[in-house]
Design a protein around this ligand. Structure first.
Ligand SMILES: *[C@@H]1O[C@H](CO)[C@@H](O)[C@H](O)[C@H]1NC(C)=O
Ligand SMILES: *[C@@H]1O[C@H](CO)[C@@H](O)[C@H](O)[C@H]1NC(C)=O
Ligand SMILES: *[C@@H]1O[C@H](CO)[C@@H](O)[C@H](O)[C@H]1NC(C)=O
Ligand SMILES: *[C@@H]1O[C@H](CO)[C@@H](O)[C@H](O)[C@H]1NC(C)=O
Ligand SMILES: *[C@@H]1O[C@H](CO)[C@@H](O)[C@H](O)[C@H]1NC(C)=O
Ligand SMILES: *[C@@H]1O[C@H](CO)[C@@H](O)[C@H](O)[C@H]1NC(C)=O
Ligand SMILES: *[C@@H]1O[C@H](CO)[C@@H](O)[C@H](O)[C@H]1NC(C)=O
Ligand SMILES: *[C@@H]1O[C@H](CO)[C@@H](O)[C@H](O)[C@H]1NC(C)=O
Ligand SMILES: *[C@@H]1O[C@H](CO)[C@@H](O)[C@H](O)[C@H]1NC(C)=O
Ligand SMILES: *[C@@H]1O[C@H](CO)[C@@H](O)[C@H](O)[C@H]1NC(C)=O
Ligand SMILES: *[C@@H]1O[C@H](CO)[C@@H](O)[C@H](O)[C@H]1NC(C)=O
Length: 255
């Protein structure tokens, strides 16, 4: 047999694989969110693949009948994604869902996303919940007593710009406290008394370091994530993988 004929089944197979990979990474919709690189739709039984549609942390599981975009099946849900400035609005289901979220806010949101590539920017404001107060309970205009809705004494406080390494000062009373980011833009005109709405509206997360997808795309490539090297990969029409774009390399014409 002619050597090229022997290659035909392999070529067909490779084309099929590429077709699949392409179809698998098309932009998709989940709830109100458009899912595209670096985000990608996946499931718990995702077969391992060397070239995936995006970095692991950006995997979106579309839950609740396709209405909720959950990050890797976690309680952190993406509500809106802004691809132009690499940020998205997320909420934490434990405090955002239902009516008693305020009583469940006994954790720091930063610890939920500590190991992820997402950053809680300073455009957020900080919301604190104080509980287990040993000595005096906090009093004053800046604290809202939300005890009536919870089983344990709990107080809400709305502070300034969110800084994960520097909790707000002057939280009095010898209480344990948690602190969570809330949308700074929405928090304008709101007070600690608006805690319920603020928890539901979520907070802004920013991402970086996932490659320049638009440059790759403009050069005719598709954005992928190389799982082996844990790096961005630009998949070119000729099947080549580049670390950046498909442009700028000379190809000898195939005779
Ligand atoms: C989607 O957006 C609509 C209109 O802005 C809103 O009413 C609805 O709650 C949103 N759905 C989700 C799952 O966020
Ligand atoms: C990526 O590689 C890790 C191990 O390095 C593996 O556990 C994971 O399943 C891979 N992910 C995909 C989507 O293939
Ligand atoms: C899921 O969504 C489909 C289509 O929108 C709808 O027909 C179906 O009733 C929904 N199922 C549930 C359990 O909400
Ligand atoms: C990104 O842009 C949107 C709308 O253009 C804006 O609301 C949001 O604050 C911006 N986010 C960041 C982190 O700059
Ligand atoms: C939240 O973080 C602050 C400061 O790092 C810490 O003092 C506090 O105990 C933490 N709260 C919880 C519930 O982990
Ligand atoms: C308790 O929750 C109800 C709704 O569930 C709300 O209207 C009310 O303002 C809450 N009260 C306090 C003190 O937070
Ligand atoms: C907070 O509210 C609870 C019940 O609503 C009440 O028993 C408690 O005295 C209040 N604490 C303060 C410091 O106002
Ligand atoms: C904290 O308390 C000190 C002394 O009471 C005061 O000078 C300072 O302005 C307060 N800081 C904030 C952020 O409220
Ligand atoms: C409250 O008091 C108990 C017992 O004295 C102590 O173990 C705990 O650390 C105290 N909590 C705070 C927030 O001071
Ligand atoms: C904040 O809460 C106050 C009192 O509960 C309410 O009057 C006001 O409309 C709320 N503001 C917003 C922006 O929801
Ligand atoms: C650019 O990306 C979009 C999805 O974000 C994709 O549909 C399109 O095929 C890409 N462009 C090229 C030339 O591959």
């Amino acid at each position: 047999m002619h050597p090229t004929l022997m290659l035909l089944p392999l070529l067909a197979f490779l084309l099929l694989l590429r077709g699949r990979a392409h179809a698998g990474c098309e932009p998709a919709t989940c709830g109100n969110v458009t899912v595209k690189y670096p985000f990608w739709l996946g499931g718990p039984n995702q077969p391992p693949s060397a070239l995936s549609c995006g970095p692991p942390a950006f995997q979106v599981r579309c839950l609740n009948n396709g209405s909720v975009a959950s990050l890797r099946g976690s309680p952190v849900h993406a509500l809106r994604i802004d691809y132009s400035n690499s940020s998205f609005v997320a909420s934490h289901a434990k405090v955002a869902d239902g009516t008693d979220g305020v009583c469940l806010a006994d954790f720091n949101v930063s610890s939920s996303i500590a190991l992820s590539p997402f950053k809680i920017g300073r455009s957020n404001r900080v919301m604190c919940f104080l509980y287990n107060c040993n000595r005096t309970e906090p009093r004053g205009r800046t604290y809202v007593n939300v005890t009536a809705n919870c089983t344990t004494p709990t107080f809400a406080y709305l502070g300034g710009s969110y800084d994960r390494d520097k909790p707000p000062e002057n939280l009095t009373g010898g209480c344990t406290y948690s602190y969570l980011p809330v949308l700074g833009s929405e928090a304008a005109g709101m007070t600690a008394a608006n805690y319920s709405r603020l928890l539901k509206d979520g907070f802004v997360l920013e991402w970086a370091g996932v490659g320049d997808c638009s440059a790759c795309n403009t050069s005719g490539g598709q954005c992928r994530y190389d799982n082996d090297s844990a790096a961005f990969a630009c998949l070119c029409p000729d099947g080549r993988r580049s670390g950046r774009t498909c442009a700028g390399e000379c190809h000898l014409p195939i005779p």
